[in-house]
Design a protein around this ligand. Structure first.
Ligand code: NAD
Length: 512
């Protein structure tokens, strides 16, 4: 696998000799040997119906690949394989699981140019951001390779002194994982790595908009020595049919989902019928608070990252900017200047700092939100319009004086629009920040330590960034409260999501 500026004659990958692979290219980037089949029970297969669906490059609108479209029958075969592999995988020595994960981490780095290029081609993000995602996504595999050998239970005397209590941890069982398109690698590794580390087998359904990165990842795991059936990848154009089938199967024991709150809610209802353990990483509506005592350079730099990274298509993207009156004019002007300096273009162009939105629907939604805010009195400081070029682009946009009731304040924008509102007191800022059903992340820019502590205790959020615009880290528990989800990914907490506790009480060994 190599990224080159030209196509190669032999697109067929050595471990994928089925011909179910393609060469991806946009004329600038080319990646040969990218798998396009279903990965079930350690083998690449066509769909049982023979159907495929197209994957487009959002930066051009061109179709770049046709991927096998898993039917419900294929999904069933994937779960059959995961179930068959479960006991043997759970019984594998933790060190062996750890070594496989570690080899996968090394292989991702070895092929980081290819993995980054595939993400840029199918999702549109600038290559520099795709490379950062490769590093971040791979880090979950390294982190959980280390956690594999540290799963521990406990042993102790019961309070009455009449027996010994043992608590042991064991893998919950076969997992169904569903991931979104916005971080095609990291959202998959954040689930696959802890599941494998814990001893669970897994069926992964990547987003149909970006299945190629996940398929490449499957191949990396094959090369790392993962046994057949432990990881299965089944992209489909009919997610509802697949999920209702798998979630109703009593052999499945866990659902892990990253995506929007409406879809997550639907899946939770299905999971309830089968009493599945669930981890739900759902939508966000992050407030970003700038106080008068903030370092404004840091606030603007953090705001640019929190808003415009991935063209605003991140669950942790800052959605609502609440700025204290004394610094609001200056902050707004400086953020607008920074937004104006962003270079919008194809991810593969070297100067690009912001890529396209994922599709036409995303562009239409962003336009609607801006129009609504402006109709209600917001001022456009910069941007505000669709970019007139092939592909699905929207200008980096800063709106000031956004009025209460504007949809942009209550909706997860998922686009490059910063909506600024002013506040007077800390009390008011907290009230505004908490005025949402979401609670994934919040950002605060202030030099006051006590204020930071008050915010950490009062903001209804799973995560808080202080004087930082990006806070995700593999060693930390990522996740939200309220409608932003259940459970945590990463950190020591991450592996617990794939384990269950078994309690054993023995008799007092000293009693005769
Ligand atoms: P989405 O909910 O539309 O889709 C997510 C995944 O669910 C995709 O794989 C999709 O094919 C699948 N899906 C859709 N309908 C389904 C159904 N009925 N049954 C089973 N699967 C179904 O979300 P999206 O547009 O891909 O991603 C954007 C959303 O994801 C945003 O709301 C964002 O905040 C959220 N997100 C959250 C986190 C987090 O960690 N909290 C991270 C990234 C993205």
């Amino acid at each position: 696998m190599t990224t080159t500026a030209t196509t190669t004659a032999d697109p067929v990958n050595p471990v994928n000799p089925t011909g179910l692979a393609t060469t991806l290219t946009d004329g600038t980037l080319t990646v040969p040997g990218v798998p396009t089949g279903l990965f079930i029970d350690g083998r690449w297969r066509a769909s049982s119906t023979g159907r495929t669906f197209d994957v487009q490059d959002p930066s051009t609108g061109q179709v770049i690949a046709a991927v096998a479209d898993a039917s419900p029958q294929d999904a069933q075969a994937a779960l059959d394989a995961a179930v068959a592999a479960q006991d043997a995988w759970a019984a594998t020595a933790p060190r062996e699981r750890s070594d496989i994960l570690r080899r996968a981490f090394d292989l991702i780095h070895q092929h980081s140019d290819d993995v980054a290029a595939v993400m840029t081609l199918e999702m549109g993000k600038p290559l520099a951001e795709a490379r950062s995602e490769v590093a971040y996504g791979a880090e979950f595999i390294r982190w959980f390779s280390e956690e594999t050998v540290r799963v521990a239970g406990r042993y102790g005397t019961n309070p009455e002194g009449t027996g010994r209590a043992i608590v042991l941890k064991r893998p919950v069982g076969p997992v169904y994982a569903i991931t979104p398109w916005n971080f095609p690698l990291a959202m998959a590794t954040r689930k696959i790595a802890p599941a494998l580390a814990a001893g669970c087998t897994i069926v992964l359904k990547p987003a149909d908009l970006t299945p190629l990165t996940a398929l490449l990842l499957a191949e990396i795991f094959v090369r790392a020595g993962l046994p057949a059936g432990v990881l299965n990848v089944v992209p489909t154009s009919d997610a509802p049919a697949q999920s209702s089938l798998l979630l109703a199967d009593p052999r499945l024991r866990k659902l892990t989902f990253t995506g929007s709150t409406p879809v997550g809610t639907r899946l939770l209802k299905l999971a309830a019928d089968n009493v599945l353990k669930t981890s739900m990483e759902l939508g966000g509506n992050a407030p970003l608070l700038v106080f008068e005592d903030a370092d404004l350079d840091a606030a603007v730099a953090g705001a640019v990252l929190a808003k415009f990274r991935n063209a605003g298509q991140a669950c942790v993207a800052a959605n609502r900017f609440y700025v204290q009156e004394g610094v609001a004019d200056e902050f707004a002007a400086r953020l607008a200047q920074a937004a104006r300096a962003l270079q919008v273009g194809r991810g593969s162009e070297p100067d690009t700092t912001m890529g396209p939105l994922i599709d036409d629907r995303a562009v239409a939604k962003t336009s609607r939100l801006v129009e609504d805010a402006v109709a209600r009195g917001a001022r456009v400081l910069v941007g505000g319009a669709v970019v007139d070029r092939p592909g699905t682009y929207f200008e980096p946009t800063v709106l000031d004086d956004v009025q209460p009731g504007s949809q942009v304040l209550s909706t997860e924008i998922f686009g490059p629009v910063a909506a600024i509102t002013r506040f007077g007191t800390e009390e008011e800022a907290v009230r505004l920040a908490n005025d949402t059903e979401f609670g994934l992340v919040a950002y605060a820019f202030t030099r006051d330590l006590a204020r930071t502590q008050r915010l950490a205790e009062r903001l209804q959020t799973g995560m808080l960034g202080v004087n930082r615009g990006v806070i995700a880290n593999t060693s930390a528990p990522f996740g939200g409260v309220k409608a932003s989800g259940l459970g945590r990914e990463g950190g020591h907490e991450g592996i617990e999501e794939y384990l269950e506790s078994v309690y054993v009480l023995t008799a007092d060994p000293f009693a005769s």
